[in-house]
Design a protein around this ligand. Structure first.
Ligand SMILES: Cc1cc2nc3c(=O)[nH]c(=O)nc-3n(C[C@H](O)[C@H](O)[C@H](O)COP(=O)(O)OP(=O)(O)OC[C@H]3O[C@@H](n4cnc5c(N)ncnc54)[C@H](O)[C@@H]3O)c2cc1C
Length: 478
């Protein structure tokens, strides 16, 4: 079936700069890792909310699917079309204006396509801090962060993206514009609908603008790189850091020695913060309006006395601070190793992280004795980025491929048995589309399906992502 009429209408609505067609659209139709590839008729790049609404109305009229896309840095395949249905990728990249920075209100209002780093810079200019921060800060957008309820390195202190959003503007699946762009900290006037769009992964409409919180800029912020004596006592270390710094503990990240050594070998520009080698390290960051070095002294002394650490180094200047956080950005195993691997973005209650990891390694070894479990990340939030791969493995390990289904199933079950989630902060997308069904009571999916159907009765927005509404509301399909 030809879609020329619809495409002509989109071209007329947006003009030349607002479109990507033909061969040029390939990079938009696959995710950042090349793991998911799709097909699209066109990439529409509107420059205003009204243009977004116009494109949505055209798609709704002609029955074209709509896949919203920000920086395309998502790790679950949510921002590329799935299946053969005729689709339009709606890129927010040209909606990239910061509309206002309000230091007295502690807010910033931005279009959905604004890149996180730009907001960090704008906040710094008025002596404020912005908390949405993770490895993809140079390309991930406000709209993508909101739509995946992204986490990152500041969750321990400020919460997820959900906790940063005061108001949003969105284009609904029928093309109407909902202006919920409020800057209120308090508003108990009924259902708080913005929360439906946060973490909706583009299934309920297009987020076009947002009012986000800013925070007091800490006058002092320092990070320590420390070698952990034994992983079993990680929680004692975390509790100590919290008791010393209280709210001033703003990051607590776990680093495996295994990938740390590989990152050092691969990126010679990175240097060892401490010379002694360990199996596990932590990065601890304290922030505050008073110097934090005294607190670090107390923390380090007490941790050494209790035998929780074997070594540690406090960053003394910007270069050392950057080195620590650059190391943190480079440790994901997927970036460093050739072998095929399975990965989880899991969360478990924080006090269960260590027993969970031990059990995951035991289960993996029981399946195949060379399987290695590596985890890193925001353990202060109970969040583990975990990979399982054959030690020394190569891409073409057919025996490993044959075991993947079993490993995934056993580890998912294990995560749930620990009261955890297989989608901690990256979302569901395509990656967890089937598996997520095992995580919640069907009644929860039924409510979600009802909401999805209410907003998008034609099923045009990001089909094949997050969950299948038909599975839970089979009779309302037409
Ligand atoms: C190196 C690296 C490190 C990362 N670290 C973290 C981390 O620590 N924590 C974390 O949570 N994530 C992390 N991520 C994942 C990713 O950056 C986040 O999921 C981010 O929120 C995606 O933003 P984006 O603009 O790239 O969105 P995209 O990838 O373009 O889209 C993501 C999803 O949101 C939808 N969407 C995008 N924009 C809109 C919109 N305006 N309206 C409606 N729906 C929309 C898409 O359809 C898709 O479903 C990391 C990614 C990389 C590459």
């Amino acid at each position: 079936m030809s879609h020329e009429t619809a495409l002509a209408e989109i071209r007329a609505a947006l003009g030349g700069k607002g479109l990507v067609e033909g061969e040029d659209l390939a990079p938009f139709a696959q995710d950042i890792r090349g793991a998911y590839k799709g097909e699209a008729l066109i990439v529409a790049r509107p420059q205003s909310t009204e243009e977004v609404a116009a494109v949505v109305r055209i798609c709704a009229k002609h029955g074209l699917k709509i896949v919203s896309q920000g920086g395309n840095t998502g790790l679950c395949g949510g921002a590329v079309p799935r299946g053969g249905a005729p689709s339009v990728i709606l890129s927010l990249a040209r909606m990239n204006k910061i509309l206002s920075v309000d230091p007295d209100r502690y807010t910033v209002t931005a279009e959905a396509g604004v890149i996180l780093q730009s907001i960090h810079d704008a906040a710094a200019d008025v002596n404020r801090a912005f908390s949405m921060d993770w490895g993809a800060r140079g390309s991930a957008t406000v709209g993508g962060g909101i739509s995946t309820n992204a986490g990152g390195i500041n969750v321990l202190r400020f919460g997820n993206t959900r906790d940063q959003v005061l108001g949003i503007e969105a284009v609904l699946p029928d093309g109407r514009i909902w202006n919920g762009l409020r800057a209120l900290r308090k508003d108990s006037s009924g259902y708080d609908l913005k929360h439906l769009f946060i973490g909706a992964e583009g299934t309920l409409g297009v987020v076009t603008k947002a009012v986000l919180k800013l925070h007091p800029r800490p006058a002092y912020e320092q990070s320590m790189w420390a070698s952990v004596t034994e992983l079993d006592r990680l929680m004692e270390l975390f509790v100590l850091a919290r008791s010393v710094a209280s709210e001033g503990l703003t990051a607590f990240e776990l680093v495996p020695g295994y990938t740390y050594e590989k990152a050092l070998a691969q990126y010679p520009v990175l240097t060892r913060p401490v010379q002694t080698k360990a199996e596990w390290y932590v990065i601890v960051r304290f922030s505050g309006q008073q110097p934090v070095s005294d607190k670090f002294e107390t923390f380090f002394e007490q941790a050494m006395e209790a035998g929780l650490l074997t070594d540690g180094a406090l960053a003394q200047n910007v270069a050392q601070e950057n080195n620590i956080w650059n190391l943190r950005d480079e440790i994901p195993p997927l970036k460093l190793m050739k072998s095929k691997m399975l990965k989880w973005d899991a969360s478990v209650p924080i006090d269960r992280i260590v027993p969970f990891l031990g059990e995951a390694q035991r289960r993996a070894t029981a399946i195949r004795d060379d399987l290695r479990v590596i985890a890193f990340g925001h353990v202060g939030d109970g969040n583990l980025h975990m990979s399982i791969f054959p030690e020394g493995g190569q891409p073409g390990d057919a025996a490993f491929d044959a075991l993947c289904k079993r490993i995934v199933s056993e580890i998912d079950q294990l995560i749930w048995s620990y009261g955890g989630s297989i989608c901690a902060e990256h979302g569901v997308g395509v990656e967890n589309y089937e598996r997520v069904n095992g995580q919640k009571d069907p009644i929860e999916f039924e409510m979600m399906a009802g909401i999805r159907r209410l907003f998008d009765p034609q099923g045009l927005f990001n089909p094949g992502k997050m969950f299948d509404p038909e599975r839970y509301l089979p009779h309302a399909a037409e």
